[in-house]
Design a protein around this ligand. Structure first.
Ligand code: F1P
Length: 358
């Protein structure tokens, strides 16, 4: 099989959507930045207010990754699953403080997200921003303002380019609110810097999947990459019906290491600031006989020796503009692993594109 052959039926949509990401990011950022809604969203910032990012599933992990981008530019922000707002509103958003909620949903129809937006608007009197890839859906009706990235929607059940595109959109919002011009410029150059990566990466991940078999898979990351590792965990679970977990990298020593061995693939998403500490862990786990994959911007000799597969992103943009690019290898691993198991990653078992509750 040619790993980028998108004419094969199984996984064809997911694969073409993964590969379209750099072009999709450029189109989405261009449209978003020039929209009146985006300028209005920037103006929703209030001194002392905490940004609350809420979603379900992939959109929840997107909230985690985006909250970290807000924090990095000095804005108070927190990610919560939309269900927490509904079930524990006072615990999640203690009264007496000010919040700017951002509700995230590709479909704009997920019940928890729509209901949480209604609760925040009607019971807490908070103006909410929605971000979505669909037009005219219930979330738009419930929110004060909607950012639409219509080009990022997918045909596949699972979210790939919608995740990374909405993430870039929210990072761009954080950069504009905080006046972080360097971050804004870096986000604009990310698509062009990521495109060359997609030439060889699919083949490398595909060959690795074909050559090796694992019972399960663990994603490890810290700081700005933890939300990305969480999304990779969900992607592998969804696309390949494989049991996957996520931990903060250094947490892995505190118990989970008991599963390290040749049957469990450990995927390290290593960022620049925590490089040495994470490579120490990688070497330790290799000595225990673990199977290892590393995704890092640059890898040195230590990583090359200890990683069964080392993926180097080689991006020039600074650390905090890179997270979206780290997602791609995890997405590809999920698809190829699913195909190897004879599954169709475009429409995984027991899943629908959106969860609408009665
Ligand atoms: C969120 C989501 C997806 C997931 C699933 C159901 O959808 O949880 O992440 O893959 O199939 O829906 P949305 O609110 O972003 O549309």
């Amino acid at each position: 099989m040619n790993p980028t052959d998108i004419s094969t039926e199984y996984g064809a949509h997911t694969l073409s959507e993964i590969l379209s990401q750099p072009q999709c990011w450029s189109a989405c950022l261009r449209q978003l930045a020039s929209s009146a809604e985006f300028q209005a969203a920037v103006k929703m910032a209030r001194p002392g207010a905490e940004w609350i990012l809420a979603g379900c599933g992939t959109s929840h992990y997107l909230a985690q990754a985006a909250a970290s981008a807000f924090n990095q530019v000095g804005l108070a922000a927190r990610a919560v699953p939309a269900s927490e707002i509904l079930l524990y509103p006072a615990l999640t958003l203690p009264p007496g403080r000010d919040y700017v909620p951002i509700m995230i949903s590709r479909s704009g129809r997920t019940s928890e997200v729509v209901r949480a937006a209604r609760l925040l608007e009607q019971q807490r009197n908070l103006r909410t921003i929605a971000i979505t890839c669909a037009d005219g859906q219930p979330l738009e009706t419930e929110s004060s303002l909607t950012l639409k990235l219509l080009d990022a929607d997918e045909q596949s059940t699972v979210m790939t380019r919608s995740f990374t595109s909405m993430l870039l959109g929210l990072q761009y919002l954080a950069a504009q609110v905080a006046g972080a011009k360097d971050l804004a410029h870096s986000l604009i150059s990310l698509p062009e810097e990521t495109a060359p990566l997609l030439e060889a990466l699919p083949q490398r991940v595909h060959s690795f999947v074909e050559a090796r078999s694992f019972d399960d898979c663990v994603f490890l990351a810290q700081g700005p990459l933890f939300g990305i590792a969480s999304e990779c965990m969900l992607k592998v679970t969804e696309s390949s019906c494989t049991y996957a977990q996520v931990f903060h990298s250094l947490e892995f020593r505190h118990g989970p290491r008991s599963i390290a061995g040749p049957e469990t693939l450990l995927v390290f998403l290593i960022s620049e600031s925590s490089y040495d500490a994470e490579v120490d862990l990688l070497e330790e786990m290799k000595k225990l006989g673990a199977a290892t994959m590393v995704i890092a911007n640059e890898v040195d000799e230590r990583v090359r020796k200890a990683a069964d597969l080392a993926i180097e992103l080689s991006l020039k943009v600074p650390e905090y503009a890179r997270p979206a690019a780290y997602t791609i290898a995890g997405q590809l691993y999920g698809v190829y692993n699913g195909l190897k198991k004879g599954l169709n990653p475009d429409s995984p078992r027991n899943l629908s594109r959106v969860v609408v509750l009665e």
